[in-house]
Design a protein around this ligand. Structure first.
Ligand code: SF4
Ligand code: SF4
Length: 692
């Protein structure tokens, strides 16, 4: 005999369900508590609850609307379908739990009209979620993307999601077939499916109903308990991780109290528990989607660093000692747990090789691409800080750059007194700030940077910018020998001590002269002065040379009468584009030059490929895989233009070197050099690239 709807499984069934539910929830609560403890034991503090409205906006834009996912529209579509399924069907799961515990109670939390609207939505979403799962399988197995690795875990979870949808649909269909009175005109899919099972004997239909109902709810509990152990933990952690994401300028690295660290004799990260809780949450949250490596220069050129694998290795390192870490961190450990932790495989040299740590160019493509707000450069620099400041272990070439910065204030170790020598090639005088009596007449301090002061190609760009500013009548001065390296490379190579020394000296000099506005042509200088010097008391308005010149063009303050008949592609420097969001100004400058036609490279703007020099890599040998500058230069050559426009002295050197190494025809020219060629008075005028 078939029971009534109100007592579908009888009292034993209800009790059994209550027990299964309790066991499932208790198991999940235990795992979740352990994960919470793993997140919060030890590690330096990291405050992430400031600017709550901005954080919530990010959750809406990146988490709910999934803006970044739609950079791959196919993946964006299936992901949002599945995500919608999770959101909508969590209410459905709740209703089934209520049904299991209080048979026949219906859905007490919603008024009937809202419940009927929900039933319609639920029916549609069950089907769209199944469609999403099919598309996801297609992406993994038919229309594969190189960023995705074969993953049993991913297939298992997709299978489980499909199983949840099907069992839900068939449980509903069998219930309608058993009790036509519960049929709702708001469940069209369920009603149609009920026709499929209605022809069976009532006992069989009841069997289908019971099997699907139980299978669905047990699968929900299995799914819930599986999540914290696999990459699908992001189902739970992604939205919080996005809420707690970094809101500082993307290119800013965190500053720490170096004196305190020296007292504690602890610098950077050498063990997983040295990471901040947010860095550990990042490690929990990685979905292994591989978006971060699509334009990662090290991954593309065969280096050992691939951001996704870096995080997955860290996750293995963290989860491998999770219980012992939690027990030791919460004072519940025995001596054996402490011994196990002492004897574990080391993070550096065990889980992550040193050459992996040194490979990163800090280009930030990975962070920009990651849909769940995971950061990399902070973690990589933390590992470098440990190697440099605690172990004194770093590539020997870095020592030369460190010595130069320490002794002469520039990584080339050239005489500090020659810093302003490049100005002697100009037909007008560039004042030194220390000689200027009326400082109010100096609108901009021209921060020249080490490359602009000492490197041959960089000096030509400094001459071009100075000429353009002079032409526009902008009052500017330089620091000359008072300027020292901004410290960007030192910081990114892990030498925080040297960076902070340089930063403090520069801030003191700039504040001493009452500097308010700075123009620089080096994106690394721009990033450090604008985003990192405020931590040292330096609050300046910093603009890139191309930003200022583009504005001067718009204001009509510079006339460009000479045609420069060249086709030019444009290479986006990482520290100008992804780090500081400056994409248009260099293009505006190029477009304003008569005679120039501008072509976009295939990987450009926020997906631009790095030249290989950032993160201090400018000063290190590149011994593994293909050279990054050559990888980029091949793309430049492929554009078939006369020149590639750059707006960073490091990119200029790297692409110039690649042209020489590969015998390429496309010359690397700074955007401002090209602009200066169009001036009547410039020595390289009349549309030629003399001296470039
Ligand atoms: S910052 Fe750039 S080089 Fe470093 S891991 Fe990310 S994408 Fe790769
Ligand atoms: S770090 Fe972000 S982009 Fe990279 S695999 Fe993980 S989730 Fe995807």
């Amino acid at each position: 005999m078939i029971p009534t709807e109100a007592a579908l499984f009888g009292i034993p069934g209800t009790l059994l369900f209550a027990l299964v539910l309790l066991a499932g929830i208790a198991a999940f609560a235990r795992t979740a508590t352990r994960r919470w403890e793993l997140l919060t034991v030890g590690g330096p503090p990291d405050v992430r609850w400031d600017r709550p409205l901005e954080r919530l906006r990010g959750v809406l834009e990146l988490g709910i609307l999934q803006r970044k996912m739609f950079r791959d529209p196919y993946a964006g579509l299936y992901h949002i379908l599945i995500f919608l399924g999770f959101m909508v069907l969590s209410v459905r799961t709740l209703s089934l739990v209520v049904e299991g515990l209080f048979p026949g109670a219906g859905m007490p939390f919603l008024p009937p009209a809202a419940w009927e609207a929900y039933l319609l939505l639920k029916d549609v979403v069950l089907v769209t979620t199944l469609f999403g799962v099919l598309l996801a399988y297609g992406r993994r197995h038919v229309w594969k993307k190189a960023r995705l690795d074969a993953s049993f875990d991913a297939d298992l979870i997709l299978g489980l999601i499909a199983f949840l949808m099907l069992t839900d649909l068939f449980a509903g269909a069998a219930k309608v077939a058993l009790f036509p009175a519960v049929a709702s005109s708001f469940e069209p899919v369920t009603a149609s499916l009920s026709g499929l099972v209605a022809g069976f004997a009532p006992g069989t239909v009841f069997g289908i109903y019971a099997a699907c109902w139980w299978a669905h709810l047990v699968a929900v509990l299995v799914f819930l308990n599986y999540l914290p152990f696999a990459k699908h933990f992001h189902v739970i952690t992604a939205l919080p991780n996005i809420f707690l994401r970094k809101l500082d300028a993307p290119g800013k690295l965190p500053t720490f109290d170096i004196e305190k660290a020296a007292e504690a004799e602890k610098f950077g990260v050498s063990k997983v528990e040295d990471f901040t809780w947010k860095q550990r949450l990042d490690i929990f949250t990685c979905t292994e989607c591989g978006r971060c490596r699509e334009v990662c220069p090290t991954h593309l050129t065969g280096k050992p660093l691939s951001p996704k694998s870096f995080t997955v290795d860290m996750r293995r390192a963290l989860y491998g000692v999770a219980d012992d870490l939690v027990d030791v961190g919460t004072g519940r450990a025995d001596a054996a747990a402490e011994k196990r932790l002492e004897e574990r495989k080391p993070l550096i040299g065990g889980w992550i090789e040193e050459e992996t740590i040194w490979a990163c160019t800090t280009c930030r493509y990975c962070e920009h691409a990651c849909p769940v707000g995971i950061t990399y450069t902070d973690r990589i620099v933390d590992l470098r800080r440990h190697l440099v400041l605690e172990k004194s272990e770093f590539p020997k070439e870095a020592q030369t750059a460190f010595n130069g910065m320490e002794r002469q204030g520039n990584p080339w170790n050239l005489a500090a007194s020659d810093r302003g020598a490049w100005t002697s090639e100009l037909p007008f005088e560039v004042p030194l700030m220390c000689d200027v009596e009326d400082k109010a007449a100096v609108e901009y301090l021209f921060w020249v940077g080490c490359a602009g002061s000492y490197e041959d190609r960089g000096k030509k760009v400094s001459i071009a910018l100075a000429t353009l500013l002079h032409e526009a009548g902008v009052g500017f001065a330089i620091l000359g020998p008072e300027e020292t390296c901004n410290g960007d490379s030192a910081r990114r190579l892990g030498n925080e001590y040297l960076f902070q020394t340089l930063a403090q000296a520069n801030v003191e000099t700039l504040n001493g002269h009452g500097v308010k506005k700075i123009v620089t042509n080096c994106p690394h200088c721009l990033n450090t002065l604008k985003n990192e010097y405020p931590d040292f008391g330096g609050a300046f308005e910093v603009v890139h040379g191309t930003e200022l010149v583009a504005r001067l063009f718009k204001e009509g303050r510079i006339a460009l009468p000479t045609s420069v008949p060249k086709s030019v592609s444009y290479h986006d420097p990482c520290y100008l584009g992804r780090h500081n969001g400056i994409y248009e100004a260099p293009r505006d400058v190029l477009r304003a030059i008569p005679g120039i036609t501008v072509t976009e490279l295939p990987r450009s703007r926020d997906a631009g490929l790095c030249c290989g020099a950032g993160g201090g890599r400018m000063w290190l040998d590149e011994k593994i895989g293909t050279r990054i500058n050559q990888e980029r230069y091949r793309e430049v050559e492929g554009a078939g233009t006369d020149a590639v426009g750059v707006s960073c002295p490091f990119c200029m050197v790297m692409l110039g070197n690649a042209a020489a190494e590969l015998g390429g025809k496309t010359e690397a020219l700074d955007v401002l050099e090209l602009a200066a060629l169009a001036l009547p008075a410039h020595p390289g005028g009349a549309g030629e690239t003399k001296g470039a």
